[in-house]
Design a protein around this ligand. Structure first.
Ligand code: NAP
Length: 343
């Protein structure tokens, strides 16, 4: 059941480069190289990750996309205009994601270089009785994921969570090697907090290009973002749509979303109405306007179109300030609790 009015679909105009938090941009990036401009829509816009790699502002998330659904969903996403596909070994769908990528490229006439693919090795988690991967196992995991997807390289490869404990640094050192070997154009981490990032710095290793974290108006993480901005680590937002009543509402789509959050689901409706957009578009635009690449997942083609159509309106400074005051700090996307608190 998808009740959104069709008028929200395909609403895409010119992107105005305003209302962004300059202090949250990656510090090491030369802003003159930002690949957006007055005539560019958000569907075409990218954020730089390193000297040679830029991530599309809107990507397609594939968590909870089954092996059966992935080929068709990813082909549709590419046809609709998504140029970034985010997956992970832990989503158990890489083979089908690869099939979807090939189908999408064939249907659109695009080439591999036109797409941006993010992968993530599962680091292992001793707290779950899951032995942390060594560096050698992390390297092998990358090749396994590439082989499953039928790819030669990742555009971005991220340690999925800071669960590696004693192996965390060797896992990161391995990603540095994989980048040097051409297996990943950019590398990063996911769900790392300041302590985990300090550990990398203290080991004398290069800092990550990006940290993929849960970011939405109810989980804004200002201290972590300030740290990342200083260190030149680009933020990538996952689970941007947590505040929606439709977010993971189907049976079996577990999370730690609280009852209080579920009761507050409609707070963005009024604001969205003011701009003539859907709540999802407002939440995603908030992320992009702050300089975060976003990764909306949907299996519904109308929503897929809506989620990448974020140009033609801009959240004004008053509303950005109102949203800024809504932070509750909580990360809720993982049913097992906030992964960034791992020791
Ligand atoms: P999301 O993309 O924020 O939200 C997806 C949910 O919202 C689904 O239930 C979807 O249902 C619904 N939805 C999507 N578009 C909608 C719209 N326009 N209107 C109303 N409802 C809409 O959540 P997510 O999957 O948690 O996060 C996005 C991606 O980030 C993931 O797929 C994954 O790639 C990545 N991620 C990474 C981590 C990590 O630890 N690194 C953790 C979580 C997620 P339908 O499918 O039915 O439309």
């Amino acid at each position: 059941m998808h009740p959104e009015p069709q008028r929200f679909v395909g609403f895409d105009g010119q992107f105005a480069v305003n209302g962004r938090h300059d202090d949250q941009r990656p510090a090491k990036v030369d802003q003159s190289k930002q690949t957006f401009g007055a005539t560019m829509t958000i569907a075409q816009m990218t954020f730089p990750l390193n000297e040679t790699t830029a991530i599309p502002a809107v990507g397609f998330g594939t968590y909870l996309v089954s092996e059966d659904d992935a080929p068709g969903a990813i082909q549709a996403a590419i046809e609709i205009g998504y140029r970034h596909i985010d997956t992970a070994a832990g989503y158990h769908n890489e083979k089908a994601v690869g099939a979807g990528i090939r189908a999408g490229l064939a249907a659109t006439g695009l080439s591999r270089a036109d797409l941006f693919v993010t992968g993530k090795p599962w680091p292992g988690n001793p707290a779950w009785g899951d032995t942390p991967k060594t560096g050698a196992q992390t390297k092998a995991a990358c090749q396994t994921s590439l082989d499953l997807m039928g790819l030669d390289y990742m555009d971005l490869y991220l340690i999925h969570a800071p669960y590696g404990g004693p192996e965390r640094i060797s896992q990161w050192a391995t990603l540095v090697e994989l980048q040097k070997a051409g297996k990943a154009r950019s590398i990063g981490v996911s769900n790392f907090n300041q302590t985990h990032l300090d550990e990398i710095r203290d080991a004398g290793l290069p800092m990550p290009d990006a940290n993929q974290i849960e970011l939405h108006p109810w989980s804004q993480k200002p201290d972590l973002l300030a740290y990342m901005a200083k260190a030149g680590i680009a933020p990538i937002a996952y689970s941007s749509l947590v505040p929606l009543s439709t977010w993971r509402a189907e049976a079996g789509q577990d999370s730690a979303k609280t009852d209080a959050m579920k009761a507050d689901g409609g707070v963005f409706a009024e604001m969205a109405q003011k701009y003539g957009v859907s709540e999802a578009q407002l939440l995603l635009r908030w992320g992009v306007q702050n300089g975060y690449a976003v990764l909306p997942k949907s299996l519904n083609p109308d929503r897929m179109r809506q989620n990448i159509s974020l140009s033609g309106f801009e959240i004004d400074a008053d509303d950005m300030a109102k949203i800024c005051a809504m932070d509750r700090g909580e990360s809720v996307a993982w049913a097992t609790g906030d992964p960034s608190v791992a020791q």
